[in-house]
Design a protein. Structure first.
Length: 358
């Protein structure tokens, strides 16, 4: 079985859950019987696929997307393969693909919360086109499958398989990163755009920071604070830190945090929850969308729309060492449900179903 993957997410992400997802699958398929995976992406700057890079960083190559797109079109037109599995939603390949089309749908946030995105964003249109063209859809959570069927009820539900994703993070306790982090902190990870609910989260943290002068807030990733965020945080600005870090430093950040808070209004899956579990970090998690699927009974749930509830639950975890230890123990057990080898086997079974006509 020959499977082709394209360049899209490798150019779109240096680090991130989607590119890690394809990296983990392709690594396992490369040594598995019965499948030959081929990734076509030159001039990419993705941290996980450094072996597929040229010596020059893609950021210095003009027309890098066009080059990658041209190569994929050529390979789809003239090479022998069974399945094409694009890594994102650009439908540029539809006139060239001769194999079965497998599409992974990560979430439906553009469709459900369009007011958070630019009117020029073509994700909804592109994704819809591929959802209807796909021979098989992989949804990364039951919630994502429900959202697809709610938005497109004429799609055959048997066309959609739910296959979770995993994490390969490991706890890091001691290294040279010590100086980059305060001694005691609550951790927030990733972008702080509106649906990630950062502003409400900060409001929930204000009274906690005022009561505990030794506690800090660390925001890992997401870019520098906006002026709105700076103005909002001015009373505690000396104890709020934004750091742009790689996966090793992020593992360290989880490993040393008092707790990780994930207050998002919507996630297709929510990989940071698994990353925290893997790094022995207690989790305070939103009760919205797919997140209870991932968190199970190993987290403390919050209502992401209720600032008072978030304050109460975060403080409860911070004040209770026994609770944090119990959450860490339960997190390790919950993490076992999201094993990359199992995920790769399920994906390979999905490919076989498609080739055999389901």
């Amino acid at each position: 079985m020959n499977v082709i993957y394209d360049y899209q997410i490798m150019i779109g992400q240096k680090y991130g859950g989607i590119s890690r997802y394809f990296y983990e699958l392709i690594q396992r398929f490369s040594v598995a019987d019965g499948i030959s995976p081929r990734l076509y992406c030159v001039f990419n700057d993705n941290a996980y696929f450094r072996g597929n890079r040229r010596s020059i960083s893609y950021s210095r190559v003009r027309g890098r997307r066009s080059i990658n797109k041209m190569i994929i079109k050529f390979m789809l037109s003239f090479s022998k393969y069974d399945i094409f599995h694009p890594t994102y939603y650009d439908p540029y390949f539809l006139d060239y693909n001769k194999g079965k089309l497998v599409l992974t749908v990560y979430d439906m946030i553009h469709e459900l919360m369009p007011y958070y995105f630019s009117q020029e964003d073509s994700t909804v249109e592109n994704k819809k086109k591929l959802i209807y063209k796909a021979d098989k859809i992989i949804a990364i959570s039951e919630n994502t499958k429900r959202d697809i069927l709610k938005l497109y009820p004429d799609i055959d539900q048997n066309k959609i398989s739910v296959i979770y994703i995993g994490s390969n993070f490991k706890p890091i306790k001691n290294n040279k990163l010590d100086c980059r982090f305060p001694q005691r902190y609550v951790l927030f990870v990733g972008t702080r755009r509106i649906y990630k609910n950062y502003l409400n989260f900060y409001e929930s943290m204000k009274p906690i920071l005022q009561m505990d002068s030794s506690l800090h807030l660390v925001c890992a990733g997401g870019g520098a604070f906006t002026q709105e965020e700076i103005d909002l945080q001015k009373d505690n600005i000396d104890r709020i830190h934004q750091v742009n870090i790689d996966d090793v430093a992020l593992s360290y950040a989880y490993s040393h945090a008092q707790c990780f808070v994930f207050p998002s209004l919507y996630e297709g899956f929510g990989i940071p929850t698994l990353e925290a579990f893997a790094c022995n970090c207690p989790v305070v998690l939103s009760n919205a969308s797919s997140m209870p699927e991932v968190g199970g009974d190993a987290v403390v749930y919050i209502n992401p729309y209720d600032i008072a509830d978030m304050t109460k639950k975060i403080k409860m975890v911070l004040d209770n060492e026994d609770m944090r230890k119990d959450l860490i123990k339960k997190g390790k057990e919950q993490l076992k449900k999201f094993d990359w080898d199992k995920i790769a086997t399920q994906t390979l079974d999905c490919y076989r179903e498609v080739i055999e006509g389901m």
